[in-house]
Design a protein around this ligand. Sequence first.
Ligand code: HEC
Ligand code: HEC
Length: 279
Amino acid sequence: MRLLVLFTLVLVFACNKQTKVEPITEADKELLSEAQENFEALPDSIIDKEAKKDLIALGKELYFEKKLSANGTISCNSCHMLDKYGVDNEKTSPGHDGTRGERNSPTSYNAALHIAQFWDGRAKDVEEQALGPLLNPIEHGVKDEKQALEILEKAGYKEKFTKAFGNDTSFTYKNIGVAIGAYERTLLTPSRFDDYLKGDINALTKGERAGLKKFVEVGCTTCHNGVGVGGGMYQKLGVAEEYETEDKGRFNVTKNEEDMHVFKVPGLRNVVHTGSLYA
Ligand code: HEC
Ligand code: HEC
C-alpha cells in the first residue's frame, strides 16, 4: 500500500513537471527578439585554447601564485575567488597587510569582454590590468618589476615562460600580464540566459522572462546591455538622484570635467552571487 502511494506521488510529480512547459506565445517571441537586440550571447571562446594551451596554463598558475606578494599570502584569487564567482563578497578588499582599498572588487569572470578594465577604465585590457595589483602597495605589495621577476625566477617560472611564449627572451614583467590575461580570457560563464538568446525560449522560466521584460521596459538596458549585460560604456553616478561620492572615477584618468564621478557600467552576469555580503 505504502509503495503504491509512493508510486502515485512520483507519477503525479512527474506529470506536473511535464505540464509546466507552457506553449510559446507571440509575446514570448517578441520579448526574445527584443532581448536579442539588447544583449548578445557569450561567444564559445575568445582565445584559441589549443594554440595558447601553455600560455593559459602559465597564466592560471600565476593567478593563484601567493608567492607573488609582499608576504606570500595574496594572489589574484584572494580578491577574485574563482569558486565565488570571481569576487570576495567584501565591500572593499583587504590586501597583503590587511589594509583595504577604496573600491569594491569587480568579478574577473567575463571581464575580458568589457570595453576597458577597472571601475574607471584606466587599463585597456585584462593583460594591462593584471600588472596593476602586483605593484599596488595595498594589494600584492611587490616592490617593483625587478622584485616580481626575482620572486618568479626563484619559484622556477623562467622555463615555463620560455615554453609558454616559445622563446627564451620572454621572461619579462609585461609578459606576466600577457599570461594572466590569456587565462582570464577563458573565464567566461555561459548560462541558460545564453541558451535563451540563441532562441531557446524555455531556457528561462516564465518568472525569469517576466523579470527580463521589466528590465527592458524600464530601461535598464540603456546601460546594462551587450554581451556582458554591462561593461560596454561609462556613466555618471547620480543621474536620477543626487549621489555623494569622494571617488572622482574616470576624471582621474582623463582629467575631463565631464568625467567627474563617471564609472564603467558593471556587467550583471552572475550579479546574484557577486554582491557584498558585509556592506
Ligand atoms: C587585494 C584585492 C585584490 C587583489 C589581490 C587583486 N585584485 Fe583585481 N581588483 C581589485 C579591486 C578593488 C578592483 C577594482 C579597482 C578599481 O577599479 O580601481 C579590481 C579590479 C580588477 C579587474 C577589473 C574588472 C572590471 O570589471 O573592471 C580585473 C580583471 C582584476 N581586478 C583582476 C585581477 C588579477 C588578474 C589580479 C592578480 C594579478 C588581481 N585582480 C588582484 C581587488 C584585487
Ligand atoms: C544610466 C545608466 C544605468 C542604468 C539605466 C541602470 N544602471 Fe545599473 N549601474 C550603472 C552604473 C554606472 C553602476 C555602477 C554604480 C556603482 O558601482 O556605484 C550600476 C550598478 C548596478 C548594479 C550593481 C552591480 C555591481 O556589480 O556592483 C546592479 C545590480 C544594477 N546596476 C542593476 C540595474 C537595474 C536592475 C537597472 C534598471 C532598473 C539599472 N541597473 C539601470 C548604470 C546604470
